[in-house]
Every structure is written in structure tokens, then in C-alpha cells.
Design a protein around this ligand. Structure first.
Ligand code: GCB
Length: 654
């Protein structure tokens, strides 16, 4: 016989007629269960805190599920999401949230119970709430961030599924809510796969859980979902953007008002619910020195949406970064989203205020929020305090650049990050990743991401933190010559990573005083101290340039010290060594003449948790490159940076 043949059946497979069945289900179905398909999410609602909402934060019950059996296994009695309790004394159900952990939401699970310190995997969350449905209004369940993937059931129905731990998502639940007692169950899996962003190989603790707000947001039938109201690119007078209306018929009137400027603009929705916005306005502009925000009122039908919006222009010209048409130098610092007030993930106004007060004390006008989008409180508070922001998606080191699912995830995270923060004047840079190794697959992937950012928002600059691959060879030759007693020529490092082509501003991570001597000493037959001394003595001779005629931000630089450890200038882990690196390498970057460096964000404000840092005397799972300790005690380097930034601010009067 020729032509198509039936494929051989695997014995015991679901479609094998010999496979025993119980009510139409195979034993495999019953044991393994079937994962329900992901329900679609709703487009993201902007400025949720300003909307009427029920805050579902507080104490939730949490069950640890290390083998990920709670959803698929028969032991779960149909899955924990179904919230099924025994209906008779004889019914066996192998789950019960009864005396499970109590965990606070928002918050990570790792720092709330010692046994969960390094736990990576699945936890199930449950809480009940009373609810009385308002007539005619619509309700959306909004999660500010669930790390890393979440599936959510409301009253036994799977209502949402989301991947990506640092961006918000929402879903309409008007039809799933009931009068009186409601139950919400969330499965959160913090373990990432090799095709996820990020992977498990990170130099930071990737805390798991419902780390940000969980809200039930109430809106009228027709409502403003979000808006983009910003100065048009390359104009200080023209406000442009759109208002997205949910539930509106085409031709519905939308008004936009800026009361303090006496402005009122009327527009109407098109077939997709979008109403274009464009008008001339003379507004006081946002700057770090004067971070003015204007109240913007958007109205449609019975809905009133309110935002505080700053207006400013950010662009580049050659090697310059221009803010409102004037060159600016960025005195920055990088930070992870960890609290100084308590262990673990930061969240909320008090955590933001604690970090910001240190950053302002340093005389900064810029902060790099690494390596993933930080919570909305932080972004809004930084904006109010006059800091320009670099916001980043967690494309970090070696992700699966050739995998289409990975690319889709990166694009999704870009869009969610931008959608939440598209009206924040403070955000000047969207970063598409950190330290990715050049290859054809990487280049293509990153080019796609740069284009995705520009599709979503033309009013900010695209950046990425590049690896300092070019610097090492020159450094080796220079240091070698110095150690032989010669007087070598300055080293000119030209950043030529092809990624430089796709971004507007080049981020560059450089650790001349910290990592370079460790690497170089091995191959040079010299001690690490000798090499480090030679490097630190000659930082002025390390010149940085690019093949791209674009501004550079040195997005990382610095070294480690354990707070309270003192020694000689070159002693590893001492505050003295870290201060020496700041006094030489870092200081040389502040307003360096004749170079394309237009800012820096040394690594890093505070020591942060990292499972990679295994020196138990000095690190004990902390990356010690903070210029303050985990509790916020200032190391010597803090004062060095503070002084250089103060002098720079004085010199430039900004
Ligand atoms: C880097 C990475 C950052 C690390 C840092 C370090 O280049 O971008 O994630 O934590 O160096 O301390 O090694």
C-alpha cells in the first residue's frame, strides 16, 4: 500500500482504544490532568491607583508545591484552583490551605519564612474577600507583578495567566464575581526556563511571589483605559498622543484638560476606541531641578481619568544627550529593587522614599533601575524627586536569542513596561537588555527589540548596557608595559559591538579597577595588587570612544567592599579599595572631557542578595558592590561619589 498511513499508536496514549477509561477520561488524564488553556488578558489599564479599587493585599494563605502537582495531579482533586473542599466525610482531598503559611501580599515569599529563603518553584496563594457588585460598573483584576509566571482562578474559574515577573497585567472579571464571599487562588511559579526572560542564571536573587499590588479595579462601562499625553518628539510646544477608550462606540467625544495651563482639547474615538490628541501648549517643562507635574483630566461619558504628567523633551545630537534642548550630564547610580527598610523585594512609598533619600544625598539626577522594570511607586516617586530614569527589561546575559518564544516574551515585557509608564516624564531611556554577547542571533534579537520600543513609544531613547569586550586587550598591553617600567601610550577603547547601531544611547559596563586586574593578573605573571595598582594609577589614560557617534552612559562601574572591613588601599573587600576605585576610575568618568561619556550609573547603591556570591566570609550570598550596606550604612565610596557629584553640580550649575 502506498500513500498516507495511520501513524502507529503509542500504547497507553490517550487515543489508544485499549487504554482504560473512566467516564471518557484515560488514567493518564486523571493522573496527569489537563492544563486548561491560558485565558486571554485584557489590555492594560493605566494609573490604576487613581481608580476606585478594592485592595486585595494583606495576608494570604500559601501552600508550597515543590513538584508542581497542584494543578495537574489527581491528588489535587481537580486542581487547587478549583478550590474544592470535601463534600462528605468519606471524600479524600489531598490539599487544604488550612494551616499553610501566612504570607503578606505584596511581598516576596523568600524573606517571609526562613525555609523559603532560596526556594525556587511553585507556591499556591489563596484568599477570600467579600464583595458586593456595583450596578453596571465593570471590574478588572489587576496584578502589579507576579514573579515569574502566574495562573489565577476566581471562584474556581481560571481567569488569567501571565509570564514575566516584573510587569503588570489585568483581566476583566465582571462575570466571575459573585455577591458575598469570593475566593481567589493564584499559582505562582518563580522557576524560569532556559527560554524565559530572565533565566535562572542571574547575579541577583529573583524573589518569588505576588510581589506587587493585587487590586480589584472598578470602572464605568465606557472608560479611559490609558492615554499617552507627552510632548511630541523634537518639539517643546506640541503635545501629542492618544486616549484609549474601552467600550466606546466610534465617534464618542473625549476631552483632555490641563487646568493649570487653561487648556481644553476635544477629540473623538475611532473604530478601535482610540482618540488622537494633538495641540499646541506653552507648559512649564519638567527638569531634574524643577520636576513640575501638571494635572491632566481626561473625560469620556461618565468616566474621569486623572494623571499627573510632566512635559519634557529628550533627544540626542552627536555625542550629546539633550534635555529640553540643553546638553545634560547624568550623575547617576544603579539599583536593584531591594528594600533598605526590610529584607527582600522593595514595594510601596516607604521603600521608595528610603532609597530616594540616599540617591538625592549623593547629588544624583539619574537612576538606573536594573535589571527589570521596578514597581510603579518607585518610578513615580523618582519622577517627583527629579531623577531621570533608565528602565530595563530582564534580557540578561545568555538568553535563548534564537528562540521565537523568547523573542515574543521580550516584546511582551517591553510593551507592558511602556504601557504602565508611558506618561512618566522622568523615564528617558528604555533599555532592551544587559551584557549580551554579540552573535548573529543576538544581533537580530536586539534589533527587533529596539524596533519594538520605537513602535510603542517614539518619545524616549533606546539603550542597552553593552559588555566591555573591547577594553581588555588594550588594558593588558598597557598594564604589561607599565609593569616593565615603560611609559605606554594611552589606551583608546572603541566600542564596536554591533548592538551600538540599533540603540540611541550606548550603555557600557566597565570594571577596570575590579574585574580587569583579576583577569589580567592570571595571564601576566604579576600579582593582582600590582596589576590593580597599575590600572588605578593610569585611569586617565584609558580613553573611551565608539564607532557610532552616539552618547555613552557608563551604566556600571565600581568594585566591592564589605561595610566595616578596613585595610590597605589594595586589600580585597576593604572599604579602602572600593573608595580608591571610586576616587580614580569612577571619578575620571564624571564629566570626562573629549569623550562621548555623558553620564554614569556606578554599580550599585546597596549590597544586594545574589545566589552566585559564595565567599561566606565576605559575601554570604550578598553582592558587595553597594556603596551602602544592606541596612543603608554608608561605605567610604559613598562619600567619594557624593563629593565628585557635588563638585560637578557646582561646576555645571545643574
Ligand atoms: C555586571 C552585571 C551585574 C552584576 C555586576 C557584578 O556586569 O551587569 O548584573 O551584578 O556586573 O557585580 O558583577
Amino acid at each position: 500500500m502506498t500513500g498516507a498511513q495511520n501513524p502507529p499508536r503509542r500504547q497507553g496514549s490517550t487515543d489508544d482504544p485499549r487504554s482504560p477509561k473512566v467516564e471518557g477520561k484515560t488514567i493518564q488524564d486523571l493522573l496527569g490532568g489537563r492544563r486548561e488553556p491560558d485565558p486571554p488578558l485584557a489590555p492594560l489599564i493605566g494609573n490604576v491607583q487613581q481608580r476606585a479599587h478594592l485592595d486585595l493585599g494583606g495576608t494570604w494563605r500559601v501552600l508550597v508545591d515543590p513538584l508542581d502537582r497542584g494543578e495537574r495531579s489527581i491528588f489535587g482533586g481537580g486542581g487547587l484552583g478549583s478550590d474544592h473542599a470535601p463534600e462528605s466525610p468519606g471524600e479524600v482531598v489531598e490539599h487544604d490551605f488550612g494551616d499553610a503559611y501566612e504570607i503578606k501580599v505584596p511581598g516576596d515569599w523568600n524573606t517571609q519564612h526562613p525555609e523559603l529563603r532560596w526556594y525556587r518553584g511553585v507556591c499556591w496563594y489563596r484568599r477570600e474577600f467579600d464583595f458586593s457588585a456595583p450596578q453596571d460598573n465593570r471590574l478588572f483584576l489587576y496584578l502589579g507583578g507576579a514573579n515569574h509566571h502566574a495562573r489565577i482562578w476566581l471562584n474556581g474559574t481560571l481567569v488569567a495567566a501571565h509570564r514575566g515577573g516584573f510587569t503588570p497585567f489585568n483581566v476583566e472579571v465582571s462575570d466571575q464575581l459573585v455577591e458575598g464571599k469570593n475566593v481567589i487562588v493564584a499559582k505562582v511559579n518563580s522557576l524560569t526556563r532556559d527560554i524565559d526572560i530572565p533565566t535562572e542564571r542571574n547575579d541577583w536573587q529573583n524573589y518569588g511571589g505576588l510581589t506587587r499590588e493585587v487590586l480589584l479595579v472598578e470602572v464605568p462601562g465606557v472608560f479611559v483605559r490609558n492615554c499617552h499625553i507627552q510632548l511630541a518628539r523634537a518639539s517643546a510646544r506640541r503635545v501629542e498622543g492618544w486616549v484609549d477608550v474601552d467600550g466606546a462606540a466610534p465617534g464618542t467625544t473625549v476631552t483632555v484638560e490641563i487646568p493649570d495651563a487653561g487648556l481644553r482639547f476635544e477629540t473623538e474615538t475611532d473604530g478601535s476606541g482610540r482618540a488622537p490628541v494633538g495641540f499646541e501648549a506653552e507648559l512649564e517643562l519638567w527638569t531634574p531641578e524643577s520636576p513640575v507635574l501638571h494635572r491632566v483630566d481626561v473625560r469620556v461619558a461618565d468616566d474621569h481619568f486623572e494623571e499627573e504628567i510632566g512635559f519634557r523633551q529628550i533627544e540626542t545630537r552627536g555625542n550629546e544627550i539633550l534635555l529640553n534642548g540643553e546638553p545634560i550630564f547624568l550623575r547617576g547610580i544603579a539599583m536593584h529593587e531591594e528594600s533598605i527598610r526590610h529584607p527582600g523585594r522593595a514595594y510601596g512609598p516607604d521603600d521608595a522614599a528610603a532609597s530616594l533619600s540616599l540617591i538625592k544625598e549623593l547629588n544624583c539626577n539619574f537612576v538606573r533601575l536594573a535589571h527589570y522594570p521596578h514597581n510603579e511607586y518607585m518610578v513615580r516617586a523618582a519622577e517627583r524627586s527629579g531623577l531621570l530614569i533608565w528602565s530595563e527589561i530582564p534580557v540578561y546575559h545568555d538568553i535563548a536569542f534564537e528562540n521565537p518564544e523568547t523573542l515574543a516574551s521580550a516584546k511582551q515585557q517591553i510593551n507592558e513596561m511602556i504601557e504602565r509608564d508611558r506618561n512618566r516624564a522622568a523615564i528617558a531611556f528604555w533599555s532592551i537588555g544587559n551584557e549580551t554577547m554579540p552573535s548573529d542571533a543576538r544581533n537580530h534579537f536586539m534589533q527587533e527589540l529596539a524596533e519594538e520600543v520605537r513602535r510603542a513609544d517614539r518619545t524616549r531613547l533606546v539603550t542597552a548596557a553593552l559588555l566591555s569586550i573591547e577594553g581588555m586587550q588594550g588594558a593588558a598591553a598597557h598594564v604589561g608595559a607599565r609593569l616593565r617600567g615603560d611609559s605606554p601610550e594611552p589606551v583608546r577603547t572603541v566600542i564596536s559591538d554591533p548592538l551600538g547601531e540599533f540603540v540611541d544611547v550606548i550603555g557600557y559596563n566597565q570594571y577596570l579597577g575590579w574585574y580587569a586586574p583579576t583577569f589580567l593578573a592570571r595571564g601576566m605573571g604579576a600579582s593582582e595588587e600590582q596589576v590593580r595598582e597599575a590600572v588605578l594609577d593610569s585611569v586617565d589614560e584609558f580613553e573611551l570612544d565608539t564607532a557610532f557617534q552616539k552618547p555613552v552612559i557608563v551604566s556600571e562601574t565600581g568594585g566591592a567592599a564589605r561595610q566595616g572591613v578596613h585595610g590597605e588601599r589594595l586589600d580585597a573587600w576593604s572599604e579602602e579599595l572600593q573608595a580608591a576605585i571610586y576616587e580614580t576610575e569612577v571619578a575620571a568618568l564624571v564629566d570626562r572631557k573629549g569623550s562621548p561619556v555623558r553620564g554614569l550609573s556606578p554599580w550599585i547603591l546597596k549590597d544586594f542578595r545574589s545566589p552566585m556570591r559564595l565567599n561566606s566570609r565576605m559575601q554570604s550570598y550578598w553582592n558587595r558592590k553597594g556603596i551602602v550596606s544592606p541596612e543603608g550604612e554608608r561605605k567610604q565610596a559613598f562619600f567619594v561619589l557624593q563629593r565628585h557629584y557635588a563638585e560637578h553640580a557646582e561646576r555645571t550649575r545643574r
